[in-house]
Design a protein around this ligand. Structure first.
Ligand code: ATP
Ligand code: MG
Length: 438
């Protein structure tokens, strides 16, 4: 127990809503602790993302205490106390699993994965059920002390991410802990302790058993954290990235030189910069860029093997790639629709004759599509570079200049700047059969 005067947490570091929840529980006679990222980040002088509370009140008792309360979760039952858009998460202290029997509160798969984890217990037991030592520090609202049962304070000081208990067992219980180890190591600029790091490569494949919806959520936390590029690199070092994105894994090379790998670097770096500038980021754009070369590679294969037009092969490939990706990370429908638009617009951007360029400019996904074109311009041939700079000028030109630009395109034929070997020979008119999309 670290008394109030020996640690750096004061109530002014804690959000008003989290304090309200802590006090209400305390006054009703329950234990109430701030725990997890909130305590950890305050001790590190960082701004906590959210506040998590632990208590010995059961979910039903919590519900009786707060009108603005919603119980959620099956695998792990929790109470959410809602204050407008702010949510304080309240969990009942977890205990160890009984050796046998009662499978309504806890359940484990044959592989040792926890399917349900609702056995309640003491604060010491709760600490041992948490993932990393630095995440298992409790700020006690009754006396303002910090409670540390697993050496979290020392690890925080030494900047070490250390799994509590036997690492392999803990990863088998919940393989997502491997992703969390990497996420915290990058975010907190800490090292993953040796025994915690060692089993990851061998166990990375266990992520395939995790529901795709959870992995989607987790992939956003990893890549849209503000340090997406560093996180991707470390995930890759541990063989974790390709578990989330198997299609991208197929493009991995020894020296990280494939177009797909270069695109990852470009788009993650751009995402990090936008986060740093408080600009909005769109997961659809991120995934559209990350999966662009898997998409075009597949499209070329389909066109080659089937004799379909490149356009038709491209559309089939888009469906295939998205179907396969959502099996690992369940990208929501509204985003897969956007991804498809951004991809399809890459084809439309090559066709600028008549009114086409003007129409495309009005499309809601024009901006994201153009941004992808610009990134492609850094990695592909001169024709894509020319196309990107044409659109750059066109967007910013006045009406008269725009019309002039289109006129020139009309005169020169506006041949699509597509893959070189698929481009029809110069001056020969294109086969109308290839343009089935309109
Ligand atoms: P942040 O919110 O900054 O991402 P956090 O540490 O608060 O980090 P949460 O996902 O909010 O992470 O979880 C809150 C706490 O719950 C963690 O600090 C940890 O103690 C515990 N926890 C979360 N996920 C797991 C898990 N998979 N296994 C064991 N404990 C976990
Ligand atoms: Mg948290």
């Amino acid at each position: 127990m670290i008394p109030r005067e020996d640690h750096g947490i004061s109530r002014s570091d804690i959000s008003e809503n989290a304090l309200k929840v802590l006090y209400r529980l305390h006054k009703a006679g329950y234990q109430a602790y701030l725990v997890g990222g909130g305590v950890r980040d305050i001790l590190l002088d960082q701004q906590p993302k959210d506040f998590d509370v632990a208590t010995n009140a059961t979910p039903e008792e919590i519900k009786n205490l707060f009108r603005n309360c919603r119980l959620i979760g099956r695998r792990f039952r929790l109470a959410h106390i809602l204050f407008g858009r702010d949510v304080v998460e309240v969990a009942t202290l977890r205990g160890h699993h009984a050796e046998e029997g009662d499978n309504t509160t806890a359940a484990q798969s044959k592989q040792g994965m926890l399917l349900r984890d609702n056995v309640y217990g003491t604060i010491e037991e709760d600490a041992e059920r948490r993932d990393f030592t630095v995440n298992a520090l409790y700020y006690d609202i009754s006396d303002f002390s910090v409670r540390d049962f697993v050496g979290g304070m020392d690890d925080l000081e030494d900047r070490i991410i250390r799994l509590i208990g036997d690492p392999e067992t803990r990863y088998r219980e919940d393989p997502v802990r491997m992703l969390r180890a990497v996420r915290f190591a990058v975010k907190l600029e800490m090292d993953i302790e040796q025994d915690t790091a060692q089993p990851i490569e061998d166990l990375a494949h266990l992520l395939r058993d995790i529901p795709a919806a959870r992995l989607y959520e987790e992939s956003l936390k990893l890549l849209q954290s503000g340090q997406g590029l560093a996180t991707y690199r470390m995930l890759r070092d541990y063989g974790l990235f390709e578990q989330l994105f198997p299609l991208i894994g197929e493009h991995f090379t020894e020296d990280k030189s494939s177009q797909c790998e270069q695109m990852l670097e470009l788009v993650l770096d751009a995402t990090d910069k936008r986060m740093a500038n408080d600009q909005r980021i769109n997961p659809a754009f991120l995934f559209a860029a990350m999966l662009w070369y898997p998409l075009t590679t597949r499209a070329e294969e389909i066109a080659f093997n089937s004799g379909l037009s490149y356009y038709d092969a491209f559309m089939i490939s888009a469906n295939d790639i998205l179907d396969e990706q959502v099996r690992s990370t369940a990208i929501p429908r509204r985003f897969t629709a956007m991804i498809r638009d951004i991809w399809q617009n890459q084809m439309r951007l090559t066709r600028r004759t008549g009114k086409r360029a003007f129409k495309l400019l009005e499309q809601p996904k024009f901006r994201a599509s153009f941004d992808l074109l610009e990134m492609r311009a850094e990695l592909e041939g001169d024709d894509v570079k020319e196309l990107a700079s044409w659109w750059h000028v066109f967007q910013n030109a006045d009406r008269v200049k725009k019309q002039k630009m289109v006129q020139i395109v009309n005169q020169t034929g506006g041949a699509p700047a597509k893959k070189k070997r698929r481009r029809p020979p110069r001056k020969k008119p294109r086969k109308p059969a290839q343009r089935t999309e309109e």
